[in-house]
Design a binder for this molecule. Structure first.
Ligand SMILES: [Zn+2]
Length: 290
């Protein structure tokens, strides 16, 4: 186990909100006999500086990776394809007004390729997906014009300033070195490019109701964002926040800002969802999981 800190403030200072429910001898295996990783959580801390909630200590690098090693199914359950498609269309609508060009898009953690298909139908010439899960990757590869990589994002070799859009659907809260990851994303964006990110909303009504039993409090998640902390993270990483929305489960109003017209910083659209939604099925970084 290793301690991690707040990626916004850069330190591990805060109070413990919930002690860990993971047993000390638990093994980080999705199918392991010790526990169900979706039903246990690490110790959950709240940063004294920015109030970001985060897990610490967490499994070591190999352990975090092992959580995903047995993923042999996709995140789209049979019969739910229509709902998933509508959800992704709604996500895409957020970023659509902020797209300068439609040459290439990259979906990190593309699962079965639903969002790639939505982007392609909106006019993207080439759509790229990263998906380590072989079952999901095979389905994504069937999307016309798609190129799917099963390598980890940090091991990929895309040219700099290559994409007009990069999407991170339920990815950011699973990362460990999130700043390093976002710096890489920024480097892969063209000037005028945009990022769409979706994470769980720790300030949702569901969290208020369920407290420690809020489903995203599990060992797959290292960070639990509010609107404020998600904005801070992306602004600190060099993005202009174009739109910031929370799901109807959130009691807080919607904030929408337009970036400075003359800014050279890439734009991002951020959305926080309640507990439901798709979850990544694989790790997103080779050395800095997931
Ligand atoms: Zn902080």
């Amino acid at each position: 186990m290793r301690n991690i800190g707040c990626p916004i403030c850069g330190k591990d200072e805060g109070r413990t909100i919930y002690p860990q429910t993971l047993t000390p001898d638990a093994k980080p295996m999705a199918a392991g006999p010790m526990h169900d990783p979706e039903r246990v959580h690490y110790r959950i801390r709240e940063c004294s500086g920015c109030r970001l909630r985060y897990s610490s200590p967490i499994f070591d690098e190999a352990g975090v990776r092992d959580l995903y090693a047995d993923a042999a199914h996709t995140n789209v359950r049979s019969g739910e394809e229509g709902n998933v498609k509508r959800t992704f269309e709604l996500y895409y609508e957020l970023i659509r007004p902020h797209l300068a060009r439609r040459d290439r898009m990259l979906d990190i953690g593309c699962d079965t390729g639903t969002l790639l298909d939505v982007a392609r139908r909106d006019g993207f010439r080439e759509v790229f997906g990263i998906e380590p899960n072989p079952v999901a990757a095979a389905q994504a590869a069937a999307v016309p014009g798609s190129s799917i990589s099963r390598a980890f994002y940090e091991a990929t070799v895309y040219p700099p300033e290559h994409f007009d859009l990069i999407t991170l659907i339920h990815v950011v809260d699973h990362l460990v070195d999130v700043n390093e990851f976002l710096a890489r994303v920024r480097g892969h964006l063209r000037r005028g490019g945009a990022v769409l990110a979706v994470v769980h909303n720790v300030e949702s009504l569901l969290e208020r109701l369920l407290g420690e039993r809020f489903p995203p409090y599990n060992v797959y998640h290292h960070y639990f964002f509010s609107k404020r902390t998600l904005r801070l993270l992306f602004e600190r990483a060099g993005f202009d926040v174009a739109v910031l929305r929370a799901s109807r489960w959130s009691e807080r109003p919607t904030i929408a800002t337009r970036p400075d017209f003359f800014s050279t910083r890439p734009r991002c659209c951020l959305r926080l969802s309640a507990a439901s939604g798709t979850e990544p099925s694989g790790p997103w970084g080779p050395t800095r999981f997931p």
